[in-house]
Write a protein that binds this ligand. Structure first.
Ligand SMILES: Cc1cc2nc3c(=O)[nH]c(=O)nc-3n(C[C@H](O)[C@H](O)[C@H](O)COP(=O)(O)OP(=O)(O)OC[C@H]3O[C@@H](n4cnc5c(N)ncnc54)[C@H](O)[C@@H]3O)c2cc1C
Length: 439
């Protein structure tokens, strides 16, 4: 029996495992490691921030997405590439030998892009990040209701989004929508106090799109109430606001940083060929000099044979690479040759709030409401699991009829003083505030 281990339950790893389940002979074992037991559908995170979607609806349970593969909810701590062994932690350190290894561990957020950003900026990468920003917006509105100093009130309810790429414009649009919809429940806060400011370092928004769509996004966002500052590269951040390199000072007590990533720390100790910190692969996504080791998704530098360019860090590329690497492994197991990664992008879509979006799909450019409808249709069709599709569809429709939910989803637990060692004995993975994690 051969063991194919996949590390990472994101877009790339999940796509690989699902295809491996189908393509591999029955005597091959597939094991998926992932630190969380769900897959995050990141395109919906801005919707979580804007409270048009419940946090649980932007993720899908891995076990329910898989068939015969075995799933280990565990943190991989080290990999011995010579002995071909994975060391993972789940209530102690364990080991698994592999014949083929697929690295699909993505990247991690790194918001240290400007002085003070680490201390005061809010990253958006995980489900927890999205929930935290949603809660921050609601808490700030609650605080502003009780604040009589207009300057402080304005600082509390000004939200500065850093980065005018797809994620940045989606988040800024989602926050503006939320503030507009929730405003009536905060009668003492002046509508003009609650502001959303988008800062972009270059001279245009959405560089992933043609310039005309970047311009359309700029105009639509300004009409939707978002203040957009172009050529505004952040140099420092304080609790009161942001300073740009030009010397411009932007006042606001909440800074959301949608840019900045770094390679996964697991890669640090691995002797693998690198390109800008990512794993450099051959055309078929195998790692040169490491037989049976493959790398896909955001953690890998994969050249697309379709145009000879590096694959961008996007979900659609991660999914195709996952499927293609599974085909290549299945061929290798049967003693056949592998094929290069070749993918023609379908295009890009980004919602910008106010029921508007921009879309560049199969060469066609679209903006405004039609693009927003297309955005919703495409992302709904790609949402994992049928149940999630239903939930997202009904939540989106309810959102058109009912006011936004202003509940602060604060996960406060009763503080229990447990005797020393008790948590470890019970194997509690989350022993609660102020206590060290065990197991
Ligand atoms: C807010 C936001 C919005 C986005 N919107 C879009 C969009 O609209 N369209 C688009 O194409 N792309 C979008 N992206 C980019 C897209 O999310 C990434 O390109 C995609 O997630 C990459 O997939 P991946 O599988 O390589 O990595 P990830 O999705 O990051 O998955 C990595 C997985 O590895 C696991 N892992 C990491 N280290 C370990 C370890 N040591 N042990 C065990 N498990 C581990 C993690 O838990 C995670 O499950 C967005 C990203 C963000 C942050």
């Amino acid at each position: 029996m051969q063991t194919i281990a996949v590390i990472g339950g994101g877009f790339a790893g999940t796509a690989a495992v699902r295809r491996l389940e189908r393509e591999l002979p029955a005597d091959c074992e597939v094991v998926l490691f992932s630190a969380e037991n769900f897959m995050i559908y990141t395109p919906l995170l801005p919707e979580v921030v804007g409270a048009s979607l419940l946090p649980g609806h932007a993720v899908a349970p891995l076990r329910q997405m898989l068939g015969r593969a075995r799933y280990y909810r565990a943190q991989v701590e080290a990999i011995d590439l010579r002995q071909r062994v994975i060391h993972y932690r789940c209530r102690g350190l364990h080991h698994l030998s592999f014949d083929h290894l697929v690295l699909a561990i993505g990247k991690v957020a790194d918001i240290g892009i400007a002085e003070g950003m680490q201390g005061h900026g809010l990253p958006l990468k995980t489900l927890g990040d999205a929930l935290h920003i949603r809660n921050r917006i609601i808490v700030r509105l609650e605080q502003a209701e009780l604040e009589r100093d207009p300057d402080v009130r304005r600082t509390l309810t000004t939200f500065i989004v850093v980065g005018g790429g797809s994620s940045g414009i989606e988040v800024a649009g989602a926050i503006a929508d939320f503030l507009r919809a929730a405003g009536k429940f905060y009668p003492l806060t002046e509508p003009l106090d609650a502001r959303v400011i988008l800062l972009e370092s270059s001279d245009r928004l959405a560089p992933e799109f043609p310039a005309s769509l970047g311009e359309a996004a700029l105009q639509d966002m300004r009409r939707g109430g978002v203040e957009v500052h172009l050529n505004a590269r952040v140099s420092s951040v304080t609790p009161q606001g942001v300073k740009a390199e030009s010397g411009e000072w932007v006042r606001g007590g909440n800074v959301i940083c949608t840019i900045g990533t770094k390679p996964n720390p697991l890669l640090q100790a691995l002797d693998l060929p690198r390109q800008k910190g990512l794993i450099r692969t051959a055309a078929d996504m195998s790692v040169p000099g490491r037989e049976g080791v493959w790398a896909i998704g955001d953690c890998a530098a994969v050249i697309n044979a379709h145009n000879g360019e590096p694959s961008p860090p996007m979900a659609q590329y991660a999914v195709r690479q996952g499927e293609q690497v599974a085909d290549n492994i299945a061929r290798a197991v049967r003693g056949k040759g592998s094929r290069p990664f070749r993918y023609r992008s379908r295009g890009h879509l980004a919602s910008i709030g106010h029921h508007r979006a921009i879309a560049h799909v199969f060469g066609i450019r679209l903006g405004g409401f039609p693009a927003w409808l297309l955005w919703r249709a495409v992302y709904l069709s790609m949402t994992p699991t049928f149940l999630r599709k239903l939930q997202v569809f009904s939540e989106w429709n309810l959102d058109l009829l009912f006011p936004r939910d202003t509940t602060q989803l604060h996960i406060a637990r009763t503080r229990v003083e447990r005797p020393a060692g008790e948590a470890a004995l019970q194997g509690d993975p989350d022993p609660g505030p102020g206590k060290a994690a065990s197991g």
